[in-house]
Design a protein around this ligand. Sequence first.
Ligand code: ATP
Ligand code: MG
Length: 556
Amino acid sequence: MNKTNIHKKNFIYQIIENDLINGKHVLIRTRFPPEPNGYLHIGHAKSICLNFGIANKYKGRCNLRFDDTNPVKENIDYINSIKKDIEWLGFKWCGDIRYSSDYFDILYKHAIDLIKKGLAYVDELTSEEIRKYRGTLKQHGRDSPYRKRSVKDNLLLFHKMRAGEFKEGKACLRAKIDMASSFMIMRDPVLYRIKFVKHHQLGNKWCIYPMYDFAHCISDAIEGITHSLCTLEFLNNKHLYNWILDNIKIDSRPSQYEFSRLNIEYSVLSKRKLNKLIFENYVTGWDDPRMLTISGLRRRGYTSSSIRNFCYHIGVTKQDSNIKLSTLEFYIRSDLNESAFRVMAVINPVLLVIENMADCEKILIAKNHPNKPELGIRNIPFSNKIYIDRADFSESECLEYYRLMIGKEVRLRYSYIIKAEHIEKDEKGDVKIIYCSYDPDTLNKNPVDGRRVKGVIHWVSKLHALPAEIRLYDRLFTVPNPDINKDFLSTVNKKSLVICNGFVEPSLCNAKSETPYQFEREGYFCADSCLSNKNNLVFNKIVGLRDTWSKIKKNK
Ligand code: ATP
Ligand code: MG
């Protein structure tokens, strides 16, 4: 995979470049319009990189606008998390943060203008009746009995709606378009509904709220957005987007363009489903490191540059696709391979005693990065009792095994060559202690008699080891496409989190969550920002050293 082809050409850049060449626009303005009803996920990152990326590339502007037309599901916590995530991803919005609710007065005036033009009416059908009257793809809809109301009556009734004189669900404002349109969205869509709900920005000022379709296009126009980019499910909404802008008085005319949503294998990217995973305790919250939310990925140890590079690599098309998780992993792995300090940690420890070494502490030297001397060296303490990983010792003879076996030698990383002599087992029959001898003449050099030792294993000195909880993650779902499953929760991977009690070298005593490490031979890890503290070290596995998953699949 090539990491250098970032900012792949795409059809939206082409449209923008044509608009600039033809003089249709001089200054490009885009916007990122999240609804504050959940935390951002990696699909939003695609949209953020596209919208903010365009502003950067064409020296334009990108607004952040909260699409806050449904106060029932929205709150300030979501607003704050979204701001934090965008900044963390490395983008800056133009000027102040905007809210659709900033424009509620203007929207209300436009609604009145539509009524005056005979293009909107107050309907008193219930939402269930409206649905029935709308018809189907094969069958025309039917006119509401309230459709023919006079402009005067409509103005009066809309005023009453705003004044709180109707109960919720008892009236709504609908556009008068065409109940026989082949586009369902054009069959007199609802523009305003009643909700007696306090709004996080405006308190109790309003009890009627505009629908997304009505608010979005007008907000785009007010802000002078030139290219309003959204995902493909809004393709049909474009008819309504244009109808509204054609029928109101506005100074600028935005155009909507659609691109395909990002889907990633073995995950769900819909706030509704992510919410369900949290609510039903499959994960611990929006920032659970298994979630592909921005906050989850950050806590897991992903860097913002790896997410941006991933988004630029996958590009922007109109084709539906399910991107491999290994593609995302490739970008974090290449980022961390360059920057992460190498350290030693033992995830499944077993005690190893070097019998021919006295009880003493030796200070050894280790490189922080194999290819980057500028990252320096550090001291690591060594002694005659160390922990190694259980997987690095085999009781049975195996020719292909380059780790430790009775009678065989391995090198301890940055240290001496040791030979396993005998073992002690516990009452369950598991290996409890491995007794070894060491060759004192092999510190960082080959044996003088020319014998070759192939295996190198990592270790931590028992006396100096810091206990640490090490959290290993697997994909959150057992199937590549959990979205197509009606009951997507039934495909949650019950083994997506494994917690191990291991040991890490003492240099990690102050490990910070922002500093990822490579645990040699194990993978990339970072301290958990929520669970780690002075007395309790907790590490998250970010990604393995290699793409073992693709290999496992190929071997099947
Ligand atoms: P969800 O379905 O996850 O709830 P949404 O589309 O309702 O997402 P919004 O907050 O309305 O979420 O989205 C803000 C912007 O992010 C929109 O322009 C939307 O098209 C875009 N977006 C959301 N999900 C994705 C995705 N998976 N891929 C690309 N863009 C996305
Ligand atoms: Mg939405």
